[in-house]
Design a protein around this ligand. Structure first.
Ligand SMILES: Cc1cc2nc3c(=O)[nH]c(=O)nc-3n(C[C@H](O)[C@H](O)[C@H](O)COP(=O)(O)OP(=O)(O)OC[C@H]3O[C@@H](n4cnc5c(N)ncnc54)[C@H](O)[C@@H]3O)c2cc1C
Length: 470
């Protein structure tokens, strides 16, 4: 509900520009848009020290509204914090008292579904699951299944370079996006991407992919669709150790097989997944034309046999499929004095084993550590990701923030020591910002800062996120 917005402040000017019904200054709306799903924001709330709220929340109804908002913000030097559906886990949304939170939830239309060219166009604020359901009605799929699909937006996927659970065949969001409509910080509308491929200078869509609200506001996204697969099969294996599992997965992908889902769990996570497991579970889902699915399933089973990787009960995969998006709320852990987070990185094949060993050993050495484990969930010809979970128990709640940052540091440092990439799909936000210099090196950081300065010279877009201070 919108309070009546009067006076001379930024909220009043916005109300004048786009309509008073789209500008909110009531305490409840401001509190609901204070932060995303970052654990550290939840720790601060839990400890009774929540951060500030914004000056106002605006809910644009169209790209024209977004243009008007950014023109006004640019003219007044007011910070703008884009908010998709708030499922980000790295602190990409954190309100500050002078800022405008730009809530994309009011832009949630299906613009078009084109079954001939296999394209679907959505407002950026469209809920991901609703977008998938809309195309499914026509026998199609986006093929992008982040665990957060029901609580994240299509524009948020682009802004964070998200990755879905079926990415090993269908690709990550950058492989699925066809074109992007965005408003630049000065209010200019840009439509990036035409046709299935172009050789027309640098691919400017990549500037928006992973921009985390720092280079503009994504207002519309066209994704490349697929026909729903004709057949699906599942397979499960148990490798004697992580190294054997990694070699098995490498053989699968480098032989030319592309199971959309390929996941490998260490012993601790395997036991959590299925009490019968004593080794490292490797789960796969195969999809596509029935003949391809049959051939892939048989070939991978044969490969496993040759490599000493045992078959495991396939109902473990069925169980994972049925429960894969069920996640407890952070507070369920904090109330028991447990600080927990998940951290994803990636690396080439020759580095992945060392990163797994180093990071899990380093996590397990933390005082009060309950869990320092990992699985992989995204498979590539040149390597894969690792998704670490750490859980540390403390009786001293004043230490929660320090413990949290220490867990992150141990994973970032172990990944950096062995030459991996410090983020696979959650993005940078605030939690990884200090590590960006390691990720990009001096040249990359110079390019990023130059782009930021050129597009957003006043630094109004999502300050404090992703780009480290010079
Ligand atoms: C339980 C859970 C599971 C998750 N699983 C996955 C997963 O499997 N794969 C994965 O990739 N991620 C996952 N995530 C992380 C998160 O869901 C993704 O990062 C998602 O893409 C964020 O979308 P959102 O709409 O919620 O964005 P928000 O959280 O609202 O915003 C994220 C960032 O993008 C910016 N932003 C959002 N919308 C726009 C826009 N329209 N224009 C410009 N900037 C914008 C924000 O300013 C912020 O910096 C998970 C999160 C949770 C809580």
């Amino acid at each position: 509900m919108s309070d009546t917005v009067t006076g001379s402040g930024v909220a009043a000017a916005l109300a004048e520009a786009i309509g008073v019904e789209k500008v909110f200054t009531d305490a409840e709306t401001l509190a609901g848009r204070r932060h995303d799903y970052w654990v550290l924001s939840h720790v601060r709330d839990f400890r009774g020290a929540p951060g500030p709220t914004a000056a106002c929340v605006v809910r644009p109804a169209c790209a024209g509204d977004v243009q008007a908002i950014l023109r006004l913000a640019n003219a007044t030097g007011t910070a703008v914090i884009p908010f998709g559906l708030g499922s980000g886990v790295v602190g990409g949304v954190l309100a500050s008292p002078e800022a405008i939170v730009l809530d994309m939830g009011g832009m949630a239309a299906v613009r078009s579904i084109d079954p001939v060219n296999l394209l679907g166009t959505f407002d950026a604020g469209k809920n991901g699951l609703e977008a998938e359901q809309a195309v499914a009605e026509q026998g199609l799929t986006i093929g992008h299944w982040p665990q957060s699909i029901a609580v994240s937006s299509v524009g948020g996927w682009v802004a964070t370079r998200a990755s879905g659970q079926f990415s090993s065949a269908y690709g990550n969001i950058e492989d699925i996006v066809h074109s992007i409509e965005a408003v630049l910080p000065d209010g200019t509308l840009a439509v990036l991407g035409k046709g299935p491929r172009a050789s027309a200078g640098p691919d400017l869509r990549q500037l928006m992919l992973g921009s985390e609200g720092t280079l503009g506001v994504i207002t519309g996204v066209t994704v490349s669709l697929r026909r729903a697969p004709e057949a699906r099969a599942v397979s499960a294996f148990e490798a004697p150790d992580m190294a054997t599992g990694f070699t098995f997965q490498r053989e699968v992908i480098q032989s030319g097989w592309r199971p959309p889902v390929a996941r490998q769990y260490d012993e601790r996570e395997s036991a959590r997944l299925d009490a019968r497991a004593t080794q490292c579970l490797v789960l796969m889902v195969h999809e596509g034309p029935a003949a391809l699915v049959a051939a892939e399933t048989a070939a991978i089973a044969e490969l496993a046999g040759r490599m000493g990787v045992k078959t495991a009960p396939s109902e473990i995969v069925d169980h994972w499929l049925g429960h894969r998006n069920t996640v407890p709320h952070w507070n369920a852990f904090l109330e028991r004095g447990i600080v927990l987070d998940t951290v994803e990185v990636s690396a080439d094949w020759d580095k992945i084993g060392a990163i797994y060993d180093d990071a899990t050993a380093s996590l397990q050495a933390m005082p009060g550590c309950l869990a320092g484990s990992a699985h992989s969930s995204h498979l590539y010809r040149s390597g894969l990701n690792l998704y670490f979970t750490f859980a540390v128990r403390t009786d001293d709640h004043s230490q929660m923030e320090a413990i949290y940052l220490e867990g992150w540091k141990r994973i970032m440092q172990a990944t950096d020591r062995h030459g991996g990439s410090l983020s696979h799909h959650h993005g940078i936000g605030r939690v990884r910002r200090d590590y960006m210099a390691r990720e990009l090196d001096a040249g990359g950081l110079k390019m990023l800062r130059a782009m930021k300065h050129a597009l957003d010279p006043k630094g109004i877009m999502n300050p404090g996120v992703m780009i480290p201070d010079a």
